[in-house]
Design a protein around this ligand. Structure first.
Ligand code: NAD
Ligand code: DAU
Length: 352
């Protein structure tokens, strides 16, 4: 038995693989293109582990994926590989179309061909689990009920539109070809190994570097935050017990405005790593130009996953954010290593 995990050098994929080996013996083959967001340092603790094989490469490279499937004969493929940053999709959507849509299509084609070669029992047991996002559902009005699995798709950014397209392809491969797929749509994750272009790690990094904390627009947009290891446990549970062809929303019932999140980080840092001048990190907050087409509110109704599969998040926002800030304080070398020349170029383009 083996899993093929794509996008495993990124934020959630790496957390998933690390957590997998903490509880399982089953081998994992990791496939990752190592874009700016992929970082082998995230998987460093697995060096020398004979059950982990890392392969650099693109999910859209059919020859490579066909070879990996034939050689390792996985019982499941878990697809994390994607371009994931909304602001980058606004500045340049093409990579998002290539990886999230075309890449997922090629991956599905390879998996469909491989699945066709399996015995009847192997076919029944096989799973293709596609990791997706709540952003495909669009934006909620204040007070509107949270997204259920029945909510219509209304993606608003090139990123969410490309993820929506990939979700539709996955669904169609089940409906048309019978491929045993599962899809998860998760809310905003945070935690260790989160690339510092995203709000929470960017704010922690900038605060400690004495830089400004940029808040888009009025900062009243709402996101529903889930600690990354809770997302990983939900994926494991869906892989184990999810109904083939179904989708599961994953969320932590933690709606917060961006301003509240940033205040919380500042207050935690004030306690854990006070500024040398004794003033609060809140003084570094600056309101900047809003994100074009900025979705106002996301909220996930995770009832189905809790009711049908018995999953519950282990962390509250308060415990999760405390662990996250501590991780960044203890791993500043990781932050410095990812803050490469290309990363600085991105910051200049986006915020100057
Ligand atoms: P990330 O950007 O940190 O990591 C993505 C990884 O995919 C990187 O390691 C990158 O090198 C790799 N990759 C990119 N293109 C590839 C390709 N063509 N072939 C192989 N590998 C490729 O993203 P993340 O935050 O870890 O998100 C992982 C998945 O979870 C994505 O599909 C994303 O849409 C989804 N998701 C993310 C969140 C979140 O809050 N971060 C929430 C819900 C769903
Ligand atoms: O909801 C799930 C999605 O969450 C995932 O599918 C995406 O891959 C992931 O990147 C994330 O998307 P968001 O756009 O919600 O995350 P981001 O961290 O970029 O922004 C969170 C909120 O903070 C959003 O309302 C924009 C705002 N923001 C972000 C940045 C980077 C700021 O106010 N200032 C900033 O500098």
């Amino acid at each position: 038995m083996t899993l093929l995990v794509t996008g495993s050098a990124g934020f959630i994929g790496a957390n998933f693989v690390l957590d997998w080996f903490a509880a399982h013996d089953e081998p994992v083959v990791s496939l990752d293109k190592l874009t700016y967001a992929g970082n082998l340092q995230n998987l460093q603790s697995l060096e020398g582990n004979p059950r982990h094989t890392f392969v650099p490469g693109d999910i859209g490279d059919a020859a490579l994926v066909d070879r990996l499937l034939a050689e390792h004969r996985p019982r499941a493929v878990i697809n994390f590989a994607a371009e994931s940053h909304v602001d980058r999709s606004i500045r340049g959507p093409e990579d998002f179309i290539q990886t999230n849509i075309v890449g997922t299509f090629h991956l599905l084609e390879s998996v469909r061909a491989y699945w066709g070669t399996l015995s009847a029992a192997e076919k029944t047991g096989f799973r293709f689990l596609h990791v997706s996002t709540d952003e495909v559902y669009g934006s909620l009005e204040p007070g509107a009920p949270a997204f259920t699995e029945q909510h219509p798709y209304q993606p608003n950014s090139p990123y969410s539109a490309s993820k929506a397209a990939s979700d539709h392809l996955v669904r169609a491969y089940h409906h048309t070809y019978g491929l045993p797929v599962l899809t998860t749509n998760c809310s905003n994750n945070y935690g260790p190994y989160h690339f510092p272009e995203k709000l929470i790690p960017l704010v922690i990094r900038n605060a400690l570097a004495g830089e400004t904390l940029p808040i888009y627009g009025d900062g009243r947009q709402i996101r529903d935050w889930l600690y990354v290891r809770d997302h990983c446990s939900a994926i494991r549970r869906v892989l184990e017990a999810g109904l083939v062809g179904e989708t599961y929303n994953v969320g932590g019932w933690n709606e917060k405005s961006n301003l509240d999140v940033v205040h919380r980080i500042c207050d935690t840092l004030d306690q854990e790593a006070p500024r040398s001048d004794g003033r609060s990190y809140r003084e570094q907050i600056r309101f900047v130009k809003d994100r074009p087409g900025h979705d106002r509110r996301y909220a996930i109704d995770a009832t189905r996953l809790e009711r049908d599969l018995g999953w519950k998040p282990a962390e509250t926002f308060e415990t999760g954010i405390a662990k996250t800030v501590r991780w960044y304080l203890d791993n500043q070398d990781w932050v410095e290593n990812v803050a490469s020349g290309a990363y600085r170029e991105w910051l200049n383009k986006q915020y100057k």
